[in-house]
Design a protein around this ligand. Structure first.
Ligand SMILES: Nc1nc2c(ncn2[C@@H]2O[C@H](COP(=O)(O)OP(=O)(O)OP(=O)(O)O)[C@@H](O)[C@H]2O)c(=O)[nH]1
Ligand SMILES: [Zn+2]
Length: 208
């Protein structure tokens, strides 16, 4: 009975929300080091669990951040500018949710404004909010596009992500240099293929 209850998806969700202490997280790192066959108490490794937990706090900071808050400030005084705003070549580092190994690349994001624009840096901040979580490239692409769409309510959003996955380069199939491209279009971009072509031409034309 106990085993059945523990497997219930609702309970798994509760478990995911349980506050794990820093000590427990450090102990988990020590366990992994031992599992690998090394000694967590040797001089070079004794501070490693603390460092790993600190590094994870930075690499996975996105769980504690709200994309809506990042995009909240809208500038309306832009002379009625309504044409495309494209922010391209935004570098990002994320971790795949399958192996917890990095994947990294660039995000290109565009939108057609309605009542205002956001500060250009905010698009890059939204990328980081979602990149600094366990991710798939597909979900990362969708989440960035939908956050811009939800908050700014623009006439359309286009997001293109291109990335290399270390889980394919360093292990498994061991193919480095493989680039995966994902896109997400909303509004005008979703309705009109010519808008998708315009977006992709601007991205490819502007790449350095
Ligand atoms: N669609 C998608 N797949 C991903 C992403 N990141 C990693 N993967 C893939 O996730 C898959 C996991 O496959 P599994 O068969 O469950 O795990 P595995 O035995 O480690 O697979 P291999 O990587 O082929 O050795 C692999 O094919 C990875 O290439 C991502 O962002 N999107
Ligand atoms: Zn992976």
């Amino acid at each position: 009975m106990d085993a059945i209850i523990k497997q219930h998806p609702a309970l798994k969700a509760v478990d995911a929300g349980r506050k794990v202490s820093r000590e427990e997280a450090e102990e988990a790192v020590r366990t992994l080091i031992s599992y690998l066959g090394d000694c967590p108490n040797r001089e070079g490794l004794k501070d490693t669990p603390k460092r790993v937990v600190n590094a994870y706090a930075e690499l996975f900071a996105g769980y504690k951040q709200d994309p809506g808050a990042v995009l909240e400030r809208v500038f309306e005084d832009v002379g009625g500018y309504q044409d495309i705003v494209l922010v391209q070549d935004i570098p990002f580092y994320s971790h795949c949710e399958h192996h917890m190994v990095p994947f990294h690349g660039k995000v290109h994001a565009a939108y057609y404004p309605t009542d205002g624009v956001v500060g250009l840096s905010k698009i890059g901040r939204v990328v980081d909010v979602f990149a600094r979580r366990l991710q798939t490239q597909e979900n990362l692409t969708t989440q960035i596009a939908e956050a811009i769409d939800d908050v700014l309510k623009p006439r359309g959003v286009a997001v293109l992500v291109e990335a290399e996955h270390m889980c394919m380069a360093m292990r498994g199939i061991k193919k480095s240099g493989v680039l995966t491209t994902t896109t997400r279009f909303t509004g005008l971009f979703a309705e009109d293929p010519a808008e998708q072509v315009r977006f992709i031409s601007l991205v490819r034309g502007g790449q350095r």
